[in-house]
Write a protein that binds this ligand. Structure first.
Ligand code: TZP
Ligand code: MG
Length: 213
């Protein structure tokens, strides 16, 4: 089910990340332009909850299915199970992977790892990929740790030569090349797509790298 190529351009978004709140439009444009994975990360003030969150998740899942792009839910593993998402992305403070794995046979499980201490304390047996960052400063996550720069990616790749790595934090199509050259399998982004004035053009500029390499 999981293939590391899915990480190439991993778009993460919730309704609060989109200036006019129209996440369906943004996701549709991003899917059309070629994103390779999507994560619904609904957080912050005024975020959807309960039934409204579930309905939005179902709508976005359908969009992803149409474009055959994996649909992942952030944190809320119960919702992921309930609506049969393609997987879940967990943070260090979320439910333990071991405790949810039985609900996710053949599904994708991602885990956030922001440094080597977190890597060492994580059981990666059932983890398909790790999200490593922040690489650069970000304004999309209020409690983001200190940025580790490209060195964080380079060192993580040396530390674990095999695990699929997606980099996160302050990434744009202008700085992604160095990150990928440092050993990441892909890049994830919120604002560079959610706030883009031209999603098609910006997504294609990311994907150019893979076409040339
Ligand atoms: N985790 C680490 S940084 C970050 C998350 C969810 C936010 C990334 O957002 P952006 O806009 O791509 O910097
Ligand atoms: Mg989390």
């Amino acid at each position: 089910m999981f293939d590391r190529q899915m990480l190439q351009l991993y778009f993460i978004c919730g309704t609060n990340d989109v200036p006019d709140g129209d996440i369906e439009r943004v996701l549709t444009e991003a899917l059309k332009a070629g994103i390779t994975m999507f994560q619904f990360r609904e957080k912050g003030e005024g975020a959807l909850t309960g039934e409204a969150k579930k309905q939005m998740a179902l709508t976005l899942k359908e969009l992803c299915q149409y474009y055959q792009v994996p649909f992942i839910i952030n944190d809320d593993w119960e919702l992921a199970v309930h609506i049969d998402a393609d997987g879940v992305h967990l943070g260090q403070d979320d439910q333990d992977v071991k405790e949810v794995i039985n609900y996710f046979p053949d599904k994708i499980i991602g885990l956030s790892v922001s440094d080597f201490h977190e890597y060492d304390q994580s059981d990666l047996t059932y983890v398909d990929y790790i999200g490593v960052g922040p690489v650069y400063e970000t304004s999309s996550k209020s409690d983001a740790k200190k940025p580790g720069g490209i060195e964080l990616i380079r060192k993580m790749r040396l530390y674990d030569e095999d695990i699929p790595i997606v980099a996160i934090g302050g990434i744009t199509n202008k700085n992604c090349e160095l990150i990928l050259k440092a050993g990441a399998d892909g890049v994830s982004t919120i604002s560079s797509i959610a706030r883009s004035q031209n999603i098609e053009q910006d997504v294609k500029a990311y994907l150019d790298y893979y076409q040339k390499n």
